[in-house]
Ligand binder design. Structure first.
Ligand code: ADP
Length: 194
């Protein structure tokens, strides 16, 4: 199985590229953020719990998120591989994922990290907020999400560097050129394991 973690701060383009990666490599794409937003729209118990964290720009508690991921992996055992988009977001989540993967003789194959500076991210997210009406895409909450990313999520860079799985991609330019950088790295990975 090819298990790809798509990594990067809010607005770095994970969702945009996940769709293309999924098509090209026939992987199962899962965005924890999208999943949680659907739960909120459907007013489920999980959605109601998650909403108060998301709308403040905070992370949803690790255990809640991990339950979702565990059942996802369980439900889709037959797939070629996963694109995990927006997960893991804390060291605890990464450790939980490693443990769960080890149990089924799997592991994270690589972490692709989209690098974009905060000024550009802010512009993109404000625009997205205007276009989609996403409640957490407004300036104050975006700032909070950057802060949460820097404190809680960015330590994962070292975590995956230590496992020799971390690859950075410059996230500015046309979508096609960024996608080209991504496929170069994935193709090189496949060429190496053959
Ligand atoms: P973005 O990458 O733009 O922040 P996401 O859709 O990935 O957008 O996430 C939106 C929100 O959903 C996050 O701010 C957070 O509250 C919640 N969320 C998503 N994934 C996780 C996760 N792995 N752990 C905790 N909270 C999460």
């Amino acid at each position: 199985m090819f298990n790809l973690v798509l990594f990067g701060p809010p607005g770095s383009g994970k969702g945009t590229h996940a769709i293309r990666i999924k098509e090209k490599y026939n992987l199962f794409h899962f965005s924890t953020g999208e999943y949680l937003r659907a739960e909120i729209n459907n007013k489920t118990e999980l959605g109601l719990r998650a909403k108060e964290f998301i709308n403040k720009g905070n992370l949803v508690p690790d255990d809640l998120v991990f339950e979702i991921i565990e059942s996802l992996i369980e439900k889709h055992k037959g797939v070629n591989g996963f694109i995990l988009d927006g997960f893991p977001r804390t060291i605890i989540q990464a450790e939980q994922l490693d443990k769960a993967q080890t149990k089924i003789n799997e592991s994270v194959s690589m972490v692709l990290s989209l690098v974009v500076d905060e000024d550009e991210l802010m512009k993109r997210l404000i625009k997205r907020g205007e276009e989609t009406g996403r409640h957490d895409d407004n300036e104050a909450i975006i700032k909070r999400r950057f802060d949460v990313y820097n404190r809680q999520t960015s330590p994962l860079i070292e975590y995956y560097k230590n496992q020799d799985k971390y690859y950075e991609i410059y996230g500015l330019g046309s979508v096609d050129s960024i996608f080209g950088r991504i496929t170069n790295i994935i193709d090189a990975y496949f060429a190496n394991i053959k």
